[in-house]
Design a protein around this ligand. Structure first.
Ligand SMILES: Nc1ncnc2c1ncn2[C@@H]1O[C@H](COP(=O)(O)OP(=O)(O)OP(=O)(O)O)[C@@H](O)[C@H]1O
Length: 263
């Protein structure tokens, strides 16, 4: 009597590659939706799919018919429900494929020291403004957009198109300024706009003290290829958001390092 069919265990290099790629894909998807409401929806959909195969196996025709309606619209429903996550996933794929974004290559060819010097001059006014706003407990939200999506930002923003300077940033976020509410968006080495209303993150596992400013800072990095600095009006603490994750209470040395890498 033969218990095992050894031919079942035959696999090629491409089968292993297949499994590894699927594992990477599932891990990336998990990373994208971890801690968001989408994670619960994903679990709900997975349960419906599993249930469908079970009731079909048991030949329960009525329930199979009902669940089949959900399964049939499968991929389209997933794209609609996970619109934001699909957008973030595609951004991630596109970003990793871009050679110019890879600063290591860029600096190797064009001189590391020169690039670092240039970058420091660019980020110094921003760091100085953050230092001053931390001291005066001025709330601020500064977004660094790798790609300035006109449609996304300009609908809710005041156009500035100004040179990045400490005093300009301070004046925008100063409490009596008409533009202090909302975010400043920096792109193409300019302050492109101010007073921007951004999408809020739907994450459910954020610290209790995170209000709308922090939620907007995290939200914009989930839907766009952007990073954000958040200066808390309440505590003066500086947080840094990237790809939907946030680092809280960072030092200025750390901020400089992060901006050097991302901006
Ligand atoms: N959707 C949004 N997009 C951009 N900025 C927003 C948005 N919603 C609120 N803000 C900004 O956040 C401010 C309110 O911040 P709130 O006190 O709720 O945030 P917080 O995360 O607790 O930060 P803080 O520690 O500074 O109080 C508003 O005055 C406005 O400037």
């Amino acid at each position: 009597m033969q218990f095992f069919n050894l031919s079942l265990f035959k696999f090629t290099f491409f089968d292993i590659l297949d499994v590894v790629l699927v594992a990477i894909l599932i891990y990336q998807l998990y990373n994208l939706i971890r801690g968001t409401i989408a994670a619960n929806i994903f679990i709900g959909l997975a349960i419906i799919f599993c249930l469908y195969y079970v009731v079909r196996g048991l030949q329960m025709r009525l329930l199979t018919g009902i669940l089949q309606q959900f399964v049939n619209v499968g991929i389209i429903a997933i794209i609609i429900v996970f619109q934001q996550e699909v957008r973030r996933f595609l951004l991630l794929v596109g970003k990793n494929a871009s050679l110019q974004r890879n600063k290591a290559w860029w600096q190797y060819f064009f001189g590391k020291a020169e690039a670092e010097k240039d970058n420091y001059a660019r980020i110094k006014p921003i760091i100085d403004a953050c230092k001053s706003m931390k001291q005066t407990r001025t709330g601020a939200l500064i977004v660094f957009a790798k790609y300035y999506d006109e449609q996304f930002y300009q609908n809710s923003c005041e156009v500035i198109e100004g040179k990045i300077s400490k005093r300009l940033l301070e004046s925008i976020f100063q409490k009596n300024s008409p533009l202090h509410d909302g975010a400043v968006v920096i792109a193409e080495n300019k302050i492109k706009s101010a007073s921007c209303i951004l999408p809020l993150t739907e994450k459910t596992d954020l610290p209790a003290q995170f209000g709308l400013r922090h939620r907007a800072g995290i939200g914009v990095t989930e839907t766009n290829d952007a990073t954000a600095i958040i200066v808390s009006e309440e505590t003066g603490e500086i947080s840094y958001a990237r790809q939907g994750r946030v680092k809280m209470n960072i030092s200025f040395a750390e901020l400089e390092k992060l901006l050097n890498k991302d901006f």
